[in-house]
Ligand binder design. Structure first.
Ligand code: NAP
Length: 291
């Protein structure tokens, strides 16, 4: 068998760095988009240990790698090794997409674009709403900045480590005058009108499947929409609890898919049209939902 249609001398190489990275859906997503668009590229996983992202990126540049996605735990560490950063990524303070430039990589954040797209697809607007963000890590930064930028009326940041929620509140207050409060999980039931909940903690993933950051399910009675950033399992305990209480539920897969499409567009200077994005969404959702 000759595999000249897969990799040859002119094939561009892209990849994802993270730890762990073996579970990532991004290689399948990116290689599927590339095949659909007939782009001569391959996208591979690179396991890179915590604290070693900058070195890995420098090596990647020397090897001619065209671009990277960056996942946990490198989204902020890797910023030191970049030659430039997009203004939105600077505001968020985290990158998930690196594009090769003349002297190094430029960092972007497409997580925030994917998050917004996944809300829009369900007809959800943050304008004038009370938004509750669970977590205060990198993904929460995107959620809180998006809510502030889209003029949510109030934002509550709920985190196990309260100091981190306070830090994020201070960060957002530098850019927006939206009312932001940092609270603990014990205060969750005191929120008067929690309309939209965005769950950004890692609690509830396959290794902690029976856990949820919201143990008191009566909290969901007043909630309209719950967006869960996790997509493995497809429905976390938190999402199932929210559905049982009658909330509109959204899992993290569309966010993942649309941040991936946005990365692809940045790398290849193309626009993926609506028809193709809907087709990709349908086939990849079916594939992963039934895994
Ligand atoms: P991170 O910066 O490490 O933040 C993790 C957050 O989870 C922190 O707020 C942490 O609280 C909280 N947390 C962890 N374990 C907890 C527990 N047992 N109880 C309560 N809170 C807990 O990670 P990240 O970059 O924000 O990513 C978070 C999750 O989002 C990951 O699962 C990641 O895979 C997912 N994600 C999904 C997408 C997507 O496209 N769908 C995109 C980005 C990220 P403390 O501050 O108290 O430690």
């Amino acid at each position: 068998m000759i595999c000249a249609d897969i990799v040859k001398g002119t094939t561009k190489v892209f990849g994802i760095i993270g730890d762990p990275v073996a579970h990532s859906f991004s290689p399948v997503i990116q290689n599927t988009i590339a095949r659909e668009l007939g782009c001569p590229m391959v996208y591979v996983p690179f396991p890179v240990k915590r604290g070693e992202a900058s070195e890995a990126i420098k090596g990647g540049f020397k090897l001619g790698i065209e671009g990277f996605n960056v996942t946990v735990p490198h989204k902020t560490d890797v910023m030191d090794a970049l030659t430039d950063m997009d203004s939105l990524a600077k505001k968020i303070g985290a990158v998930n997409t690196l594009k090769r430039m003349e002297n190094g990589y430029k960092g972007y954040n497409t997580d925030i674009l994917g998050l917004e797209k996944s809300l829009i697809l369900k007809g959800v607007s943050l304008f004038g709403k009370t938004v509750v963000v669970l977590g205060a890590g990198g993904a929460a930064r995107c959620a809180v900045l998006l809510a502030a930028d889209r003029q949510a009326s109030e934002i509550y940041i709920v985190n196990r480590t309260l100091d981190k929620a306070r830090e994020l509140m201070t960060h957002v207050n530098k850019f927006y005058n939206t009312s932001v409060k940092a609270i603990s999980y014990q205060e969750l039931l005191n929120i008067p009108n929690p309309e939209i909940v965005i769950q950004t903690t890692s609690l509830g993933m396959e290794n902690t499947k029976s856990s949820t950051p919201v143990e008191e399910v009566s909290f969901f009675k007043k909630v309209e929409v719950v967006l869960e950033i996790i997509y493995t399992p497809w429905k976390t305990k938190l999402l199932l609890d929210a559905e049982r209480a009658g909330c509109i539920s959204i899992n993290g897969f569309d966010m993942l898919l649309y941040q991936g499409m946005a990365s692809y567009e940045i790398w290849n200077d193309v626009k993926i049209d609506k028809e193709l994005s809907a087709k990709l969404s349908k086939s990849l959702t079916e594939y992963y939902k039934n895994l």
